[in-house]
Design a binder for this molecule. Structure first.
Ligand SMILES: [Zn+2]
Length: 199
């Protein structure tokens, strides 16, 4: 576990409350480990497709085993149903699915190692609606990463579209979200449109 310490800039605000002489260092730590996405692997593989990326969700059709009856649909997907504990089935969200801002998170700057160089980004909770006459809404909200510049402009009900990292890192941040119709220049750097979801 490589550790690198260097003295903190004396002007750093971390020194402000100190009444006695203190020394503060900036410590950089790199940790390597094997991370498994387990049952979530199909979802991560789907968003790693760049221009061919796919958004997958899971379905549990065991209506009788659910608290309020009915089919349950999960996005971000769940490999196991949280209500009847059965295995779910994987499906792909089609191009005609619509995505709306449901709630804006109060976490204005979301930290995450895999996209530290792209901070700040933040999260909008997104509801997904399937196309067709039934217009079924998925039963969970997606935590969608958006750029802070966009975040300040977004409001509840705005329609979003996904964009995907051109060179994926096998991370949830391989998918980000922009307002529907945003021209290419307004997409996050390094992200492309998937042929499966036109912006
Ligand atoms: Zn179930």
């Amino acid at each position: 576990m490589p550790v690198e310490d260097k003295p903190l800039d004396p002007g750093d605000k971390a020194y402000r409350p100190a009444k006695t002489e203190v020394l503060i260092v900036h410590r950089q730590v790199r940790i390597g480990y094997k991370k498994s996405y387990g049952g979530m692997s199909p979802y991560i593989k789907g968003i790693m497709g760049g221009g061919d990326a796919r958004l997958l969700y899971t379905v549990c059709e065991n209506a009788g085993g659910h608290d309020r009856g009915g089919i349950l649909r999960f996005q971000v997907p769940r490999a196991d149903c949280p209500e009847c504990y059965g295995r779910t089935r994987w499906e792909q969200l089609p191009d005609g699915a619509r995505f709306y801002v449901n709630t804006l998170s109060t976490a204005v700057e979301l930290a995450g190692i895999s996209f530290m160089d792209q901070l700040p980004v933040t999260v909008a909770w997104i509801s997904a609606v399937l196309p067709g006459p039934e217009g079924a809404e998925l039963d969970t909200l997606t935590a969608g990463m958006v750029r802070v510049e966009d975040y300040t402009r977004l409001k509840k009900g705005d329609e979003l579209r996904p964009v995907f990292r051109h060179s994926p890192r096998a991370s949830a941040s391989d998918a980000m979200w922009v307002l529907k119709g945003t021209p290419k220049e307004g997409w996050p750097e390094g992200y492309v449109q998937s042929k499966n979801y036109r912006v």
